[in-house]
Design a binder for this molecule. Structure first.
Ligand code: KG4
Ligand code: ZN
Length: 347
């Protein structure tokens, strides 16, 4: 490795995006993505076998595209990072196999990383290094957690709380379906909510009572409340004010997520909050978190929306942190682990 910051290629295939990112340290050089989302839309969710096949087809072209955008040759990279889990087993396998092949052929170290940690580390590409502890609010299609992170990309991550039922993104996807909006539901709800009144309907804030666990989330009751409200309107033959439903639902999610994240930062005496994962692209969550962090004197870091949803740059960003801090590379026989725990940064 040169005296410069490490040049790392990152491969992401945990769900329906084939992502290949290239970073040098905390500088983003390329972020190539091929998505199979259109192939899943008519099923209302990601079909694992379809996703795996799409990854196989997209892998080599996406790697070529990333290399050419970054203007580097394969042999220039210092390390190969890949999402080893959690995610869809077959989809993960495609990325892990490709990364092993590149690492072996190039004689470069392999880093099998946690997809969730990568959602946090990607912020370094946007806002630069962070040399102190932070709270991370991780909100994606499959996870919703609050983490105490001593150093982004480092070990010893503590999970302060997580959802006890649905993930935040899952709630967006289910409510979108209920309103007849396309999959994935987050972006269309976000758009529709912009035309509605967030105070129109008082939907419940899960686990927000004085006796409830401070850092746990629950979105299943909210989803059911939205479904009941919409059904009652339909039964009565009344029109469903979809924009108001979307805005009121989105407000309930953003309210709970931002309130608990700010409380976590305060109670742990931490000055920074990073929000990551697909739901971090949500405009209302971003605005409310901004407002509440400013009031509490907490510095908020949220990557731009394009880096919040799944991509390869996040994997490369985490890989570069691991290389820079001298982490031991993964063995070439690491498995793809669909249920990798959130606290395991490196496999
Ligand atoms: O992190 P991600 O791309 O994939 C997973 O690791 O799960 O997150 C996908 C989730 C989906 O549930 C999608 O509906 C949600 O993120 N999402 C959003 C927005 N954009 C994506 N949710 C709310 N508002 C958005 N703008
Ligand atoms: Zn993700």
């Amino acid at each position: 490795m040169s005296s410069e910051q490490p040049l790392v290629i990152g491969i992401e295939t945990s769900c329906d995006e084939t992502g290949v990112g290239i970073v040098r340290g905390t500088t983003l050089l390329a972020d190539a993505i091929a998505s199979s989302v259109d192939e899943h839309a008519r099923f209302g969710g990601v079909v694992p076998e379809v996703a795996s096949r799409a990854h196989l087809q997209a892998m080599v072209p996406t790697i070529s595209r990333a290399l050419s955008t970054a203007g580097i040759a394969p042999a220039d990279v210092d390390a190969v990072a890949v999402t080893a889990g959690p995610g869809l087993a077959g989809a993960l396998l495609v990325g892990v196999a490709a990364a092993k092949a590149y690492a072996l052929a190039l004689g470069k170290p392999l880093y099998g990383v946690n997809h969730l940690s990568a959602h946090v580390a990607v912020d370094l590409l946007e806002h630069g290094p962070l040399d102190e502890p932070c709270i991370a609010l991780l909100v994606s299609g499959g996870h919703s957690s609050l983490l105490l992170v001593p150093r982004v990309g480092g070990a010893d991550v503590t999970e302060l709380g997580a959802t006890v039922d649905d993930a935040a993104g899952e709630a967006f996807d289910k409510v979108a379906r209920l309103l007849g909006l396309p999959f994935p539901g987050g972006p269309p709800i976000d758009r529709l909510a912009g035309e509605g009144d967030a105070g129109a309907i008082a939907f419940p804030r899960g686990l927000s009572g004085a006796r409830d666990p401070a850092f746990a989330f629950s979105f299943s009751g909210l989803k059911t409340a939205v479904a009941r409200w919409v059904e009652a309107r339909r039964r009565a033959g009344e029109p469903v004010p979809a924009a108001d439903v979307a805005a009121s639902f989105q407000e309930a999610v953003a309210d709970v997520l931002s309130a608990k994240a700010v409380r976590a930062a305060r109670e742990h005496g931490v000055g920074h909050l990073i929000v990551g994962g697909g739901v971090a692209a949500n405009s209302r969550l971003r605005a409310l978190a901004e407002q509440r962090c400013a009031a509490a004197g907490i510095r908020l870091r949220i990557p731009r929306p394009g880096l919040c949803t799944d991509n390869g740059a996040m994997v490369a960003a985490l890989g570069a942190q691991l290389v820079a801090h001298g982490a031991t590379p993964s063995k070439l026989d690491i498995p793809a682990d669909s249920t990798l725990p959130i606290t395991a940064v490196l496999v």
